[in-house]
Design a protein around this ligand. Sequence first.
Ligand code: B1M
Length: 212
Amino acid sequence: MDDVLKSIYEGVVNGNAPSVGKDIDAALAAGVKAEKILKEGLIAGMAEVGARFERNEFFVPEMLIAARAMQMGMNKLKSLLVASGVKPLGKVGIGTVKGDLHDIGKNLVSMMLEGAGFEVVDMGVDVSPAKFVDGAKNGIQVIAMSALLTTTMPGMKTTIEALKEAGVRSGVKVMIGGAPVTQAYADQIGADGYAPDASSAARLAKKLLGAE
Ligand code: B1M
């Protein structure tokens, strides 16, 4: 790996947003392509952050500062990537289900999805089934639902039913997660997948879209 790409990778892992910004400017000035910076610097860095999180070496604060560093890098590269025709892996619409205002986990999942190369539409919290259905009608390929309350989890089932009623269920993949959610619940309500944490959520989205 080029020194400057290694430094971008380390900047993301260490959550050092200013150094990531400086290194990206240097890499671009040296003629490194935006796509290479994205894949070998930012995405590789975020993948390492996810792996450390799964090994319990990193916790929520480290994830958040790494994601902030990655976001700063993405902002610098976005227009160049669009201009060079780099396509995202797919479009994910993520939200916390109706009645539920918890968003920290959902935001982490969103950041890991972006870090993995997806276009993410963050629908926010308290998202109604109708809003998820609208997303499915407007180009979203993966509906990603988060719930933290046992009382709001049934909103996932209601959303899947609403997708079916609207005739769009077969056109989207549905993934779910959140502290009270389990694989058994995903199976029970007919979701396409369940992920226990943010980094496995990014892997699952890739699997669902055949983009591994
Ligand atoms: Co609330 N809350 N809360 N809360 N809160 C819990 C969830 C609770 C377990 C606390 C407790 O009683 N021990 C409990 C739920 C009990 C239950 O239903 N079984 C609870 C309750 C009861 C409530 C209220 C009802 C309290 C009240 O008002 N009486 C109320 C509900 C408000 C509402 O939503 N309508 C409430 C409110 C709040 C705050 C607003 C104060 C605040 C939320 C702030 C915010 O999110 N902006 C809050 C918080 C912070 C918590 C705890 C302490 C922490 C949640 C959190 O952010 N965890 C929580 C107790 C706890 O977990 N220790 C609790 C960190 C986060 C990174 O983890 O969200 O699990 P998590 O996300 C993980 C994975 O689950 C997974 O990846 C993430 C990262 O690895 N994941 C996905 C999440 N979504 C995913 C989606 C995927 C895949 C993976 O695919 C799509």
